[in-house]
Ligand binder design. Sequence first.
Ligand SMILES: *[C@@H]1O[C@H](CO)[C@@H](O)[C@H](O)[C@H]1NC(C)=O
Ligand SMILES: *[C@@H]1O[C@H](CO)[C@@H](O)[C@H](O)[C@H]1NC(C)=O
Ligand SMILES: *[C@@H]1O[C@H](CO)[C@@H](O)[C@H](O)[C@H]1NC(C)=O
Length: 885
Amino acid sequence: MRLLWKPIALAALVVRAQNTPRRPAAREYDTHNYYIVEHDVQPGASIHDVAKTLGVEVVEPLGELDDHWVVRTPKLNGDLEARGFDPVLDAYHSLRDVALSGDGLEARSGQDLEFSKRLYNSIAFLERQELELREKRAPPPIKPPPKSAAIVKEFNIEDPYFPRQWHLVNDEYPENMMNVTGLWAEGITGKGVLSGLIDDGLDYTSEDLAANFDAKNSYDFNDHEALPTPKKERDHHGTRCAGQIAAVKNRACGIGIAYESKVSGIRILSGRITTADEAIALNYGFQDVHLYSCSWGPRDDGTKMQGPSYIIRKAVLNGINKGRGGKGSVFVFASGNGAHHGDQCNFDGYTNSIYSVTVGSVDYKGLHPKYSEACAAVMVVAYSSGSGNHIVTTDRGKNGCATNHGGTSAAAPNAAGVIALALSVRPDLTWRDVQHLCVQTARQINPHDSDWSKMASGKYYSNKYGFGVLDGWSYVQAAKTWKLVKPQAWVETPTIQISNGTMDEHKEFEGGDFIDDGGVSSTILITKEMLAQNNFEKLEHVTVRVWIDHTRRGDVEVYLESPNGIRSVLAKPRERDNAKTGFPGWEFMSVKHWGENPVGSWRIHISDQELEAEEGYFLGWNMQLWGESIDPAKAKLYEINKHDDLLPPFRNGTITPARPVIPPHVGDPAPTETHTTLHGKPTDNLPHGSTTPPPPGWLSDLSKAKQNWLMGVVAVIILLNFAGAIYYCRKHFGLWGDDPAAAYNALPGGETMPMANITGGRREGQGTGRRLYDVVEEEEGADGALAARGPPAASAAQRTGNAPGRSTGGLGFHSGFLDDDDPLTAAPTAGVAGGARYRDDDGLPPRTAQPVTASAVKVSEPAASPEESSASSEDGNLWEDARAK
Ligand SMILES: *[C@@H]1O[C@H](CO)[C@@H](O)[C@H](O)[C@H]1NC(C)=O
Ligand SMILES: *[C@@H]1O[C@H](CO)[C@@H](O)[C@H](O)[C@H]1NC(C)=O
Ligand SMILES: *[C@@H]1O[C@H](CO)[C@@H](O)[C@H](O)[C@H]1NC(C)=O
């Protein structure tokens, strides 16, 4: 057969070769939308079947590509079109839903299902064609972009590594840089502003930092010394972050964004730290320190849901209410580096706090690096590593220079540097003005990324990019004339208890509605009267507290829909999250409703993956709207309520409900909506696969039998109460309770964990209200550890079980997970269909760094070239610290 076919095929080729190229049919872009379909003939559906299903007309084959077709469909009426509705992609998504539903849920018969599967599998690729795309991506430059050489001349720059600091001047992609040199030209260099680097130390002996170092507002909370001297091998993170903000313009390494501003070092990440010390650190020098740059948080491995404990939250709020003479400390937080582990920053209570400016990354090509965590709490993105390029900044040592800094760890200080510049011209900006300016001036990037959606205010928002990339120039220009916002006001809604849902202080759930197929919804009505009563004028943040009991937390999806139909995705499935502790009063945050009129009915929708083995209950929720007050004279300062996470919440430790409890209002018919835009379902590939890290020592992750056993052991130890037993306990477990009155806290020298964990007991849980914390595991990165969102180092370290920078304590480093060169990542594209794969990386060869002659300069280079790291990104050793010895 083959032998017969070959000559024919060859003949066809010959004939074709002699033909002139096929002329494409004339395009009618004004009236039609065009798409590419890659047709897989194997499953047996013809291109005409495919076209019929998608509702398109086949135009012609796509040039010389076999089985690729150009198809088209008439444009919709202007309004639908303008709102981005795409019937073809919609049809594709419906087809996918049916084909993947497996159980024929949406298929009318088995035959339909079979055919749908064939059709679905026949569409190997589908992509809408965008004319505008190319035009927008390469706008004609209004004026020639600044070149680093010109800048070097203009500012007399002698820092040898300045030309490699592409985040300051990007010669290759001039639109992708922090864009601050124009501000320097105006003399705006950060004078008078002090940034506190809450980190692992700060090398004040560095020539690049010494002149800008503020010793008075520095402290070492790990070793309890006056100066934040980096001591451990990996204590270079804080120094690098500080260099990004305030490296001196001199002959060492490079330049900071606000190179005449000051930095102080607040060392907490190099060892164990108590809640008390962390709370002190977050307010350290808070009358002098304008902003705190925080590139750390709970580990970003997609299994944790952790937030700051009561005391830490109080410290943060204290900084907001009293810091900077009442204008509020500015907390800049890195969004986290766990996106490729399915982690989302709404599972991190530091980044989803309304008090944080949460910063994700974009890389030097303007692409979304796959490590950078997305969520509805992301405010902006700033430039950092990705596509094989890193951030060049000061390093430890007299004349150290790192060329391998990155992760969201490096994005946050870049944002902090810009904010420092703004505060140098407008020191009167409050913490909320700083956020408003982000909202107002962030620049939309990759506008065709399907993650963008229009907000009620007309702005666009993306969970990946927030309001867009922070542009130094635009930010500071807007800051110059910014009219200060009025003080904050808030509206707390009543708490909805669903089917008598309750959760007590032992995190035991009772009642609630079963989350059945299609999920459950509930609504809360916000009235004009509620706003007026609360002196509330304009909406900024929305927080939503939920009580959900579930046998597998990673299965749960949560979204919030505003009265104007704007949808905030609060939780997407997390493949690695096997926790059985549900969402015990967990608070989500969204900035996607900023500026929206909140009056009307808000709907929350909870669903899961509809797996046989896993199930859950929705027990209750409430919302807080945060925004601007009507009458500043009536404004109050917010106070944290200790028992907000109980259901129903209590005030003042009494059993008086703080909020009116109103009857359930559940079951709005919205059953099938859950499957639309969110990621595909994790089906059989449940976690604990080979790539999943060893389960941390959480009680909640242990089997019930083991739990009982452990509890038994603990009970025996307590009952005996031998000093030796206590010693053993202290040595091998960290013990603490949420309630300060819990007996465990009385243990001598109590090494309390830095953060209370929000995860709690199970429905059938032991109800002890206390937890075991296996510090034996901590070198592996135990729960409760705060991790620096730093560049690369630790993935290797974790693998080898030797994590030098991660201290012996509760706070520490962790992997930056920076194998960002993996080509297949979620990324910008126009109208991406499920089958359409695309790359963040645009495929261009990685930028090669210009050789810089730097005689006496100590430099850390990435240990491998980008190509190598791409090829072997599994090998964490590539990211080992290569600091010159
Ligand atoms: C960057 O700054 C320059 C001034 O130096 C300004 O003209 C330009 O518009 C800024 N770029 C963007 C994208 O805002
Ligand atoms: C909730 O509790 C009330 C009062 O105890 C009871 O009347 C009602 O039936 C309960 N509702 C549900 C759904 O269990
Ligand atoms: C809490 O207690 C204080 C002091 O007893 C009281 O002034 C305050 O009003 C109480 N707050 C609430 C919400 O009950």
